[in-house]
Design a protein around this ligand. Sequence first.
Ligand SMILES: Cc1cc2nc3c(=O)[nH]c(=O)nc-3n(C[C@H](O)[C@H](O)[C@H](O)COP(=O)(O)O)c2cc1C
Length: 307
Amino acid sequence: MIRLSFAPMEGVTGPVFRRVFKEVFGGVDTFYTPFLSANQNHSFKKREKREYLPYDPMLVPQVMAADPLDFVWAAKLLKDAGYSEVNLNLGCPMATVVSRKRGAGLLKDTEVLRRFLDAVFSQEGLPDISVKTRTGFETSEQAAQLGKLYAAFPFCEVVIHPRAREEFYIGRADIEAFKLMRAELDCPVCYNGDIRTTGDIERLKTDPGGVDHFMIGRGLLADPALALKIKGVCETEDRRRVYDFLNRLWDAYMGELSGERDVLFKMKELWYYLEWHYPEEAELIGRIRKSRSAAEYRSLTMQVLNR
Ligand SMILES: Cc1cc2nc3c(=O)[nH]c(=O)nc-3n(C[C@H](O)[C@H](O)[C@H](O)COP(=O)(O)O)c2cc1C
């Protein structure tokens, strides 16, 4: 039996999105929060608290930190909030994150990373710690070396996104780098990267093979029924279900954000990924992404999906 997780996506897969996605689609076993920033203030912002409160048994909170003791503070706080697992972000490629030696910035120097992990795992009273990592900073030639380093610590799971930081999300996920890192690890491993179709999962079951946990991000934004299709629960295309999903999401964001403009912006971002699934509708979707009012957005969305 395979396990599917929705990848954390900052600005996209927040609590409102996760709730509406579960109501209309589902098929995903675990969700991860977009990264929560732990810094020396040792307090999370209101927006961040809404990510993990109230306790959700399907959720793994993800934390990003430059200082190991800030990570430890956050992990313990999340344990007190009920979470048995906390995920460490070692993958975020954004320049503002990397320059402060957080996210993928910690992959640049393995000695710095080793000291970070030593300081974390020398603490008592932690929840289980998993990590979501890329396979290198400049190139994935670092994959095996990083795998060896992770193997020296008691991670409950390593989620591998086989791209180097310098690749951001460009090009293809590198299965060979995934294999090199996995070969060094004894703990459970999750594969993440470029899963867009049920066929992709079928291929991954044989190459690299032996993986039973897959994490999907953009593929689920493009086709929100993908997890259901992978699990064999839903086989046919159903545009009306996507239409219903987007309508409910619109209403839910209206209750959360500060007005129609912000909601429109958020919805247009989703259409960037939805276009991957409906390439034949590129012209109409291009107009959705340029729409300036809720009325225009609604009418165009209806033309693409309500049939
Ligand atoms: C807009 C956006 C936001 C993201 N935010 C996060 C994040 O908060 N934490 C994280 O670990 N990865 C983040 N990622 C990376 C995804 O979780 C995932 O690793 C990446 O998209 C590759 O998987 P996919 O090909 O299935 O999308 C983000 C990616 C995108 C495109």
